[in-house]
Ligand binder design. Structure first.
Ligand SMILES: Cc1ncc(COP(=O)(O)O)c(C=O)c1O
Length: 391
């Protein structure tokens, strides 16, 4: 858990908390003061000194090492990308797949993952969708009936954006390892709010953006590619991907060997401002600890569920601890309730199953109380309107 004083000081770092009830971190993080300051110093260095780029590049490597530690990976297994979609598309085009091979996904999972693999249908790759209810957790047994000797990839979100399920990556990773199947994980909704140990979970490739749990603006992604998967070849390359980049900057067809590490998937200049922001964000997150953040948001979730029960409001996702984390989708009609929350200065997201509440390191028990008060008022208004209609 997060000690009360620490929570108060972290909350101070997020000015949005003084302006509105922010329960929308699964959509986009509000920026913190350290992240703003890191961006500001980068901009100052840019306009005062136009760099110096070697210093910026050195910091990128420091950030890579910090990100690697975050996932229990080594820095050689981390590439920086633009976003989750880019990482997933890199994976889809890197895995050696032939016509007749198949890839197994969850029906209704994030479309950015689904499209990356559906795009391979034109090469004759079969995409198999596993049906799953919003309150169900995907585990090895969910995938097993859909897997055969031509299955090359299992891919899914760690945490779902639309119902908040935390899928059982441990059993899925074990199954994939036993069967020689690549496990490709979209960790956009889990990174920064759930510890993700890529080694313990047997993840082959992990892709995530950084604008939710990693607390920085959009435009920077992280790609983990396990060491040793040399058969994964980049579809795009640039000088930075090459094993022997030519010192004279002249590309020669005789030497097309790409790097062995994940940097073979990183091409061209990358998002330097966001990388500076990410370094500050990781320090902030690590000052609390990801497992403490997880415990904190889960406890707020307990409080929310017990208050919702009193109001007879259901959630569409799972209720059990361990199966949920920071995303709770309330089974309330979206149109009416989105307006109601907006009128009351509560930032939430409309989702396919209802209204999505998402919790972060800076949210508190008082935030939940305030949310519950706003829901109670909305329910009263609905009852009053229904009575007036009957009269
Ligand atoms: C599970 C999941 N994957 C991917 C994305 C977004 O993809 P990208 O980072 O490419 O914008 C989101 C939400 O924005 C998401 O919830």
């Amino acid at each position: 858990m997060i000690a009360t004083e620490k929570l108060a000081s972290v909350r101070e770092q997020f000015p949005v908390t003084k302006r509105q009830l922010y329960l929308d971190s699964a959509h986009q993080t509000p920026l913190s003061l350290p992240v703003r300051d890191a961006l500001y110093s980068f901009l100052t260095e840019g306009y005062e000194m136009a760099g110096p780029k070697p210093v910026w590049v050195r910091r990128v490597e420091e950030t890579r090492a910090n990100v690697a530690r975050f996932f229990n990976a080594s820095p050689s297994e981390i590439a920086f990308t633009k976003n989750t979609s880019e990482g997933l598309n890199i994976a889809a085009n890197a895995v050696p797949l032939e016509a007749g091979d198949n890839v197994v996904l969850i029906e209704g999972d994030h479309p950015n993952n689904a499209y990356a693999w559906l795009n391979l249908k034109r090469k004759g790759v079969e995409v198999r969708f596993v049906p799953l209810k919003d309150n169900e957790i995907a585990a090895a047994k969910t995938f097993e009936p859909f897997i055969d000797e031509r299955t090359k990839v299992v891919t899914l979100s760690h945490v779902t954006f639309h119902a908040g399920q935390v899928h059982d990556l441990a059993s899925i990773g074990k199954l994939c390892k036993e069967r020689g199947i690549y496990l490709v994980v979209d960790a956009m909704q889990s990174v920064g709010v759930i510890p993700v140990d890529v080694k313990a979970l047997n993840i082959s490739v992990l892709a995530a953006g950084t604008h939710k749990g990693l607390l920085v603006p959009q435009g920077l992604g992280i790609l983990y590619v396990a060491d040793g998967l040399d058969e994964l070849r980049p579809a795009y390359i640039a000088m930075s991907s090459m094993l022997n980049p030519p010192a004279d900057y002249i590309a020669r067809a005789e030497d097309m060997a790409v790097r062995k590490d994940a940097l073979r998937f990183e091409f061209g200049n990358i998002n330097l401002p966001d990388l500076h922001a990410l370094d500050a964000a990781i320090k902030l997150i690590e000052s609390v600890g990801v497992s403490n953040i997880q415990k904190h948001v889960t406890a707020l979730g307990d409080q929310l569920l017990s208050e919702l029960d009193k109001l007879d409001v259901k959630v569409v996702g799972p209720r059990e601890r361990g199966q949920r984390n920071h995303i709770y989708v309330l089974d309330l009609p979206v149109q009416k309730w989105a307006d109601h929350f907006a009128r009351n200065d509560v930032r939430v997201s409309p989702e396919r199953g209802g209204i999505r509440i998402s919790l972060a390191v800076f949210n508190t028990a008082d935030d939940i109380k305030r949310l519950v008060d706003v829901i109670r008022t909305g329910l009263r208004e609905t009852t009053a309107a229904a009575v007036a209609q009957v009269d």
